[in-house]
Design a protein around this ligand. Sequence first.
Ligand code: HOC
Length: 382
Amino acid sequence: RQTGIHSSEDARRLARRSLPWMVFDYIDGSAGEEHGAMLARRAIQDIRLTPRVLRNVSRRELRVQLFDKLAVRPFGISPMGMCNLSTPGADLMLARLAARDRVPHGVSTVASTDMETLLKVSGGMAWFQLYFSGDGSGTMKLVERARAAGYGTLVLTVDVPEVGRRPRELRHGFKMPFRIGPRQFVDFALHPRWSLSTLIRGRPQMANFDGRDYVFDRTESRAAADWTTFERLRAAWPGKLVVKGVLHPDDALRLKALGADAIQVSSHGCRQLDAAPPAIEALAAIRQAVGPTYPLFYDSGIRSGEDVVKAYAMGADFVFLGRPLLYAMAAGGEAGLHQLWDVLAQEVSLTLAQLGLTDMAALRERALPHNGDQAVQAAISR
Ligand code: HOC
């Protein structure tokens, strides 16, 4: 089924039409005045990649080695809360896609489907994303549950000591899980297709977590997490531990020294701090700090295959996307998701061809702006 999605901006435009304002603004909104989100996008847009010619790029490889698995695509699925707000069954659509393309599927603490089901449906490709939550024992209960379910990788999100203020969602009275008052009622009534398909199944719930501390004044334990908390978690978790939400090279170095298996450079899609630096610039600085071989992942502001390539050029070993996938599912369900996914893969492949490269590893090795290689010039210009 054709869904009219030829770019993530197409998906966003269609999602804006189909979703209630409250849901669209929850997904689309960022912290504060959203200036940081705009700068983060601009920093990615401003990276220039110089084409190289006559290099026989007829066979191009998009597969990427990721820990002990070979991902079929060089990008994966970011953990996102309450995905089923975009369309019913969204979590399962993402899990099926992860199983098909052997890419990691971030399962959020605040997912709307339980972590056990998602691990199964993803064919073992799910990674459980952990917030420090409730009292410390709540966190450990989730860790134990993830281990019992068979998860091999934990993604610890460290950039939410408190949940960021996103005025757009607050204006609509968005809460997790949301309540339906008079304001929402009008919004839902004006979006009958979404309301009939979604609300008829009951409001999407948080399946792993009761959400008691999502509200702003009961977050003591999450805000109190410190390096000792991290060390305790590292000691308690035998599997891979990815730490997500790092922007400072010193934090990255300390996490590396304390045994994090990988760091995910991210500004949480600029949903946490309007003043955050563009995450793509932090990625280049952190790559310089941690050296060429330490695993670095990236998310925040990726909207196209060219953006994926740029993130690899700036030092990423793997890239994750969030919002565009939600837009695509809101716009066209599972068909919309597949259509955008294919667009992204085509864009990556075509970009490699333009750059005279045949695989992502070559790009990563050659394209860092500081390593002096002539194959690709990737530079941030302002
Ligand atoms: C327990 C804290 O990642 C978002 C979510 C934030 C969820 C915080 C839940 O909306 O960006």
